[in-house]
Write a protein that binds this ligand. Structure first.
Ligand code: GLN
Length: 550
């Protein structure tokens, strides 16, 4: 089948949920029997978001092939239940780097290199790579940012040209906008949407579908008005009211007829009828009153919850499957360090220390790990959270107060966590960590093995530092179990405590592989331990004045 394209642009304002809309559309098409892939075009100049602060960009989502990508790719993978590859996230930085490298090689034979056609051709080449590297019959392409941004112009121009290249019957333009609500008169306004469509038209793109996001009910008159002023089929003006339940979006969009319209517009006939049984059940479960558990997430980017998007989603997936509600209490590790916020940690039924980089707030996380260990509170450490669990154990169980990671103390003589040998000579920071899917062998009789019920697992990684094997025997003899090890026996991938209901840390990021219909075994095991512990014990108080804060 000829590859079909759905192009998504955003108008009026950013952060209206364009990524979730793209992901939901992908699901609608998959439910109709088509193989789908999604690509995000990001107009910023960074080559990838790997070097950006989570404050700027939210979570970096790591793909199986090790690409560090935009968090929208997490939505795509979770909603559509597919595995994407590195061609699925393109940035201006990548496009220019490629064109400039070609120019230096002399590939352009003396030509003048220009935005049109050289940059736009490179963008189109990269869009074409999606169908070449996957089995996708329908490729969704989402452009980051909002129409009107200077930096997105080359991408929009490439999309405009794509219609001529692939034909009208093989391409649909979907424009996602926002209807502002005026409180004083209680009305929704369509003017910004009209302006945004006019802007898009001036670039040469006429949207076929308008998804009008709103916090309020959108009536038929308003839809007609948008259809009339924006010259779009009334069926293709789709109001999308804000829902607190992300996984309800595909259901709402299907009810609004988006799936059928797109299929028809692309000249396709659905191969199967959507089966939403699982999704409907999931949404009902979110709505149902359930017993609650509190999980303290001790991190340093907590002001921006998007920084921990996949961890949050992974908790939700497991909680739904266990019939409980997880309330995440966000705790700033730097506050913990200063002795503040402990009441939240003490009230928690479980503690998660997620991934992170750099020294700020590290001691606070170590204190949280100590609290979890001493009070037998279930603890899940993700990447950095595993490294800190090891440091805490070595300091306070083995009494070696000086141990550290060379990430935080370059000159430490007690590096229980150390730079990986193949990282020593690396000068560039971008894309050079140990990234992507690696296998790990599970050791019999461990919590990890019990959770996965498998001998070998594959998980996604993103780190530079690792457990230092010089400490292996010492820690093992003191009660730490290394339950997941790389097949060559060299890398510790999972550490857990023998004498604890659930204290487990992973060098990888299990959160990236959790799916709504397939909760991750380790998040399941963690929450099961939380529920179990709640019924057996009440945590004893820890005297925080004895905790090392240096
Ligand atoms: N900073 C640590 C490392 O590079 C942990 C990374 C992470 O948590 N993703 O090894």
């Amino acid at each position: 089948m000829t590859t079909k394209y759905v192009f998504l642009t955003g108008g009026v304002v950013s952060s209206v949920g364009k990524g979730v809309t793209a992901a939901a559309i992908g699901r609608l098409l998959k439910e109709r029997g088509f193989s789908v892939s999604v690509q995000k075009l990001d107009p910023y100049i960074n080559v990838d978001p790997g070097t950006m602060s989570p404050y700027q960009h939210g979570e970096v989502f790591v793909l199986a092939d090790g690409a560090e990508t935009d968090l929208d790719l997490g939505h795509y993978e979770r909603f559509i239940d597919i595995s994407l590859n590195r061609v699925c996230n393109v940035t201006t930085g990548q496009v220019y780097a490629e064109v400039i490298a070609k120019e230096r090689r002399g590939d352009y034979l003396g030509g003048t290199i220009q935005v049109i056609p050289h940059i736009t051709n490179e963008i189109k080449r990269r869009i074409g790579l999606v169908s070449k590297t996957t089995d996708a019959e329908i490729v969704l392409v989402e452009i980051g940012g909002t129409v009107g941004d200077i930096e997105s112009l080359p991408f929009l121009e490439a999309l405009r040209q794509m219609r001529t290249d692939v034909g009208r019957e093989n391409s649909v333009y979907v424009h996602v906008t926002w209807l502002p609500h005026i409180g004083a008169t209680n009305e929704l306004k369509t003017k910004p949407t009209q302006h945004s469509v006019r802007e898009l038209r001036s670039i040469g793109i006429s949207p076929d579908v308008i998804i009008a996001r709103s916090d309020h009910h959108v009536d038929g008159d308003l839809r007609e008005k948008i259809a009339l002023f924006c010259d779009v089929d009334l069926r293709a003006v789709v109001p999308m009211i804000t829902t607190p339940i992300l996984y309800e979006v595909p259901l709402l969009m299907d009810k609004a007829g988006v799936g059928d319209f797109l299929i028809e517009r692309l000249g396709l006939t659905a191969r199967s009828q959507p089966d939403w049984t699982d999704w409907e059940h999931m949404v009902q479960e979110v709505r149902r009153d359930k017993p609650t558990v509190r999980v303290a997430l001790v991190g340093k980017y907590i002001e921006l919850r998007d920084a921990y998007m996949s961890v949050r989603e992974a908790l939700l997936h497991s909680a739904l499957s266990l019939g409980i509600e997880v309330i995440i209490d966000w705790v700033h590790s730097a506050e913990i360090e200063k002795g503040r916020g402990w009441e939240i940690v003490r009230a928690a039924d479980g503690i998660i220390v997620p991934g992170g980089f750099g020294g700020r707030g590290i001691e606070g996380k170590i204190q949280a790990a100590r609290y979890a260990r001493e009070n037998k509170i279930p603890y899940l450490g993700l990447c950095l959270g595993m490294q800190l669990m090891v440091i805490e154990f070595t300091r306070h169980v083995l009494g070696d107060e000086e141990v550290n990671s060379t990430e935080f103390d370059r000159g430490t003589n007690h590096p229980v966590i150390d730079l990986m040998p193949d990282q020593r000579d690396i000068a560039d920071m971008g894309g050079t960590m140990r990234l992507g899917l690696y296998p790990c062998e599970l050791q019999p009789g461990t919590i990890a093995k019990g959770a996965y019920q498998e001998d070998v697992i594959d998980e996604r990684h993103r780190h530079r530092f690792e457990f230092n094997n010089a400490y292996r025997d010492l820690l093992q003899n003191a009660g730490m179990r290394f339950s997941g090890i790389s097949p060559d026996g060299r890398l510790i991938e999972i550490a857990e405590l023998a004498d604890h209901p659930f204290m487990l840390g992973t060098q990888f990021h299990p959160e990236f592989l959790s799916r709504p219909n397939r909760p991750h075994p380790l998040f399941m095991a963690f929450l099961e331990a939380v529920v179990e512990q709640m019924s057996v014990s009440k945590p004893i108080e820890v005297d925080t004045s004895t905790i090392n804060t240096t």
